[in-house]
Design a protein around this ligand. Sequence first.
Ligand code: SF4
Ligand code: SF4
Length: 185
Amino acid sequence: MFQVNGWDAPLSGEEKETQETESVVKALRVDPKFKYEVMDSPGGETLKLCFQCGTCTSSCPIARFSRSYRPRHIIRMAQLGFKKAVLSSATLWLCAACFTCTDRCPQGVEVSSVLRVLRNIAVSEGFIPEAYKKMVENILSTGYAYRIPKIRFKKREALGLPPLPKGRVEGLSKVSAMTGFSGEG
Ligand code: SF4
Ligand code: SF4
């Protein structure tokens, strides 16, 4: 690729393909220590026990409605050390923590807990979906996951409904200060 007057010249098909391949390879870079990082975290210890039977995926209510969410894949990728690919994947956040997979895993893999550990590591590495960041910001500032529009308060007033209870954000602010987590990654 070359630059003309500060503008990137359009990429040829071949260059585009090379760039895409490079970014995929970069995303798939293997970190052989990743599985130990997961297994050293409370809840992640059973990662190594998975033998890829697929019971978790076939039992998962989210996988039933998603073409991309496959807990078995996530577990395998974590075992193999595809750290960045796992942590940056939006599908990691689709888990509903229903524990069906954990109950059914023949190997005793705490699938739901392993996924929680992966999400925690994702947060500590700055991989947080925008929607969750927004939710945390809202909770910390209002006590509600959803920022209620002013018009709703007015409507309630007009209808003679009592005001909504104020969210108690003091405790949450303390947790935020202690953990350094404010939703801003
Ligand atoms: S059910 Fe357990 S052993 Fe089977 S693929 Fe899922 S985590 Fe692995
Ligand atoms: S805990 Fe998550 S991965 Fe396991 S079955 Fe429920 S939604 Fe699926």
